[in-house]
Design a protein around this ligand. Structure first.
Ligand SMILES: Cc1ncc(COP(=O)(O)O)c(C=O)c1O
Length: 449
């Protein structure tokens, strides 16, 4: 295991990118697809917990978790031991055609942990997008209906079904038509006062019924409604209190399946294992990936056993649920259940309070929102919460990188905080101090300039 002095993090010793990073970046530039969206030149060598070392020996505090993935932290010894042990026994045998215990163990554990009283079954994939594809296919199969509803601002992945469900950015869709037909988008309730004040009825859901289901998509043709309990790439917008329960009721009224995309919100990130638990709503299908195996490729859908009724051969994936990823996931669940879900709730609250305090000091900070360690703050101009400042947000993320803090953006002008769920109180404090320092420097420059 890699040992380093935690009190010395972050530690940026070279100009960024350093010399080793520069030579790797030049090769990347020549050989890698230009479709990726790297926003700063971080070339990673290794990681431990919430700390990353780059190839030049610089140490960073990681508040990205590799885009909300390394739930138990980078290379947690319990996860690494499980991977090592399994790698020495069996790397692959394909769950499509054969049986192996890690897959059965994990299916049972996820089925028992998923919210709601009904019995569940699990289908394994390699990624989030594949989980969405599986959910769309299963919903169409089970209901015999073709249409689906999804939300503006949603991001569900980049394969055809997942891309067609997404309503986030044009760059995800432009030039890739024809997309999957019969998918309709409707507004996600952002900062909706009706829903915030009235748990029941939720006026946003009434709107969906009045507009989409009565004018555009006959409900008896709608297989499923796909929803993120907190929109991830869309800006960490949390569903207002009454929205998801009312959406559940709407689905029940018309025998439509409710699919929760918990690819980003799941696996403890929001302070509960599944975010839907915050609303006490049982979805018909849950999509998982990202944090499920702390960095090993794995995804899953968990569905009611009466819903997962497709016949042998109708859906499968050679690698989906491979034994090593399943063991990593079981080890991750041990850690989440014993300590890190609780830690996500506590550290999330620390982060929220820290950002809220800073909001009073710096007029560049707008709305603070999120749950647990899925937290974001809008960057705005001149204290006006509506005046979103995406360029300034990007500058702050670059400046944080130069100071040794890894951050990502989301939505129009938000900075998101999605560190590994093992992040410590001291690390959250350091991250907040770095941001306060950057904001103070900006304010001083504006005052003197
Ligand atoms: C909510 C949500 N769904 C689906 C996906 C797609 O997951 P993947 O990149 O593993 O295909 C993402 C990825 O960011 C996501 O945030």
């Amino acid at each position: 295991m890699w040992h380093f002095d935690n009190t010395a993090v972050p530690a940026v010793k070279t100009p960024l990118p350093g010399p080793r990073a520069q030579s790797l970046l030049a090769r990347d530039e020549q050989f890698m697809s230009p479709s990726y969206t790297r926003i700063y030149p971080l070339v990673v060598a290794r990681g431990s917990g919430a700390v990353i070392e780059d190839v030049d020996g610089n140490l960073f505090l990681d508040f990205t978790a590799g885009i909300a993935v390394t739930a138990a932290g980078h290379c947690h010894p319990h996860v690494v031991d499980a991977i090592r042990d399994q790698a020495g026994k069996l790397l692959h045998m394909s769950g499509t055609d054969f049986y192996y215990q890690p897959q059965i163990d994990l299916a049972e554990r996820l089925a028992r942990l998923a919210p709601g009283p009904s019995a569940k079954r699990v289908f394994f994939t390699n990624s989030g997008a594949e989980a969405l594809e599986a959910a769309l296919k299963l919903a169409r199969w089970h209901t015999g209906r073709s249409r689906a509803l999804a939300f503006l601002g949603a991001f569900h992945g980049r394969t055809y079904g997942a891309m067609s469900l997404s309503g986030s950015k044009l760059v995800h869709r432009r030039g890739f038509s024809p997309l999957v037909p019969d998918i309709h988008h409707t507004g996600y309730p952002r900062g909706c006062t009706a829903c915030r004040n009235l748990a029941d009825p939720c006026l946003c859901v009434e709107q969906i019924e009045e507009t989409v289901l009565k004018r555009v998509a006959p409900p008896e043709e709608v297989a499923a409604i796909f929803v993120e309990p907190i929109q991830g790439e869309g800006g960490y917008h949390v569903a207002p209190p009454g929205f998801l329960p009312a959406l559940r009721d709407l689905c029940d009224k018309y025998d439509i399946l409710l699919v929760a995309d918990e690819v980003q919100t799941g696996m403890g990130r929001t302070g509960k294992l599944f975010a839907m638990e915050h609303w006490d709503v049982e979805p018909d299908i849950i999509c998982l990936a990202k944090g499920i195996a702390s960095g090993m490729p794995l995804g899953a859908i968990v569905a009611g056993e009466d819903i997962m009724d497709w016949p042998p051969g109708s859906h499968a994936s050679t690698f989906g649920g491979n034994p090593v990823s399943c063991r990593a996931s079981l080890a991750t669940l041990d850690l989440l259940e014993s300590q890190y879900i609780a830690n996500a709730a506590e550290r999330g609250e620390q982060l929220r309070q820290g950002l809220a305090r800073m909001q009073a000091q710096f007029d560049e900070l707008g709305e603070v929102r999120g749950l647990g360690l899925m937290m974001a703050v809008d960057i705005v101009e001149g204290g006006d919460r509506q005046a979103l400042a995406p360029q300034r947000r990007d500058e702050l993320i670059q400046a944080a990188f130069q100071s040794g803090l890894l951050l990502l953006g989301c939505g129009e002008s938000a900075i998101r905080f999605c560190p590994p769920l093992c992040v410590s109180a001291a690390q959250v404090k350091s991250a907040l101090e770095i941001i306060a320092d950057l904001l103070a420097r900006g304010r001083d420059m504006r005052m003197t300039g």
